[in-house]
Design a protein around this ligand. Sequence first.
Ligand SMILES: Cc1cc2nc3c(=O)[nH]c(=O)nc-3n(C[C@H](O)[C@H](O)[C@H](O)COP(=O)(O)OP(=O)(O)OC[C@H]3O[C@@H](n4cnc5c(N)ncnc54)[C@H](O)[C@@H]3O)c2cc1C
Length: 306
Amino acid sequence: MADEHRLVVVGGGIAGLDVATRLARRRTGGKRLSVTLVDREAAYVWKPILHTIAAGTSDAGMQETIYAAQARTRGFHFSYGEAVGIDRARREVQLAPVTADGEEIVPARTIGYDTLVLAVGSRANDFGTPGVAEHCASIDSRSGAVAFNDRLRHQLLKAIVAGSTLTVGIVGGGATGVELAAELIQVASVAEHFGIAAASDHLKVVLIESGPRLLGPFPERVSNAVRHKLEQLGVEIRTGTRVTAVEASGFTLDGGETVSAGLKVWAAGVKAPPLMDALADLERTRSVEVAVGQPVEVRVFSTAPR
Ligand SMILES: Cc1cc2nc3c(=O)[nH]c(=O)nc-3n(C[C@H](O)[C@H](O)[C@H](O)COP(=O)(O)OP(=O)(O)OC[C@H]3O[C@@H](n4cnc5c(N)ncnc54)[C@H](O)[C@@H]3O)c2cc1C
């Protein structure tokens, strides 16, 4: 419609959801803003708590904001689906079909825009390591964290019943890996409070980091304190250790040694999501992020409600 300006926000993380919420019901250049938020998930969860959902110490349903409900109350549109392409000449975002249990629920479609905001965040970077996609869980999305928790509960219960030990191997000693390791130890002691005797004896956590210390970007005294605390909790820590391949049974390390792990999590590094491949003609960083140092256009949105 000529009297409205179509703003499409792809990615409803903390950045995109806030943009859509704040700009809904605003005006720009004398036109009404029609704001559409696109996300491949149906609900938002604040990413920094995903390790607690993965471990099971918090519940996704209690922590989430349903996009459709937020859209209704705040006056924007929500489109559920994964953006797989951008036609910048036609100013259209292409969405993949939405499927569930192998059935197509919503067909592929396009959404036209006048202004496009890309807020698709990041995903774990496997640095091309063989076997990561097939054998490792990733906890950097709501659905990934929930799926990991399902497997964790089942595997831990199986180990307790069989009298064996479940080893969870985490690759990446950054914030995500460190927080998940600590949270997993917490899970076993919570299970004991619920009457599962000696659950801690059936869970082993191994944290593998290629750099010389955990939490590399932090000051050394923080890394040392974190390592000390995790070791006190019983986490086995392998720094200066690079994983070269992942198999169903565990990890192969640089030098050929193997580390067995029933559950494997990849939390090493970040890179841009695949949608960024649709922008291959723009300047991009080594992590495939679009370089945005120089704004090409500044658009002013009126803060007065329409
Ligand atoms: C376990 C964990 C702990 C963390 N802890 C901290 C912390 O303590 N402190 C801190 O500052 N940061 C932390 N971070 C990092 C922080 O969460 C991110 O920096 C922040 O979430 C980035 O926000 P964002 O909105 O840019 O992207 P995201 O939160 O990643 O949101 C991106 C959104 O885009 C959607 N999306 C992606 N691709 C598509 C597509 N093609 N089509 C449709 N939708 C798409 C995703 O579903 C998602 O909803 C942590 C991250 C993790 C994983």
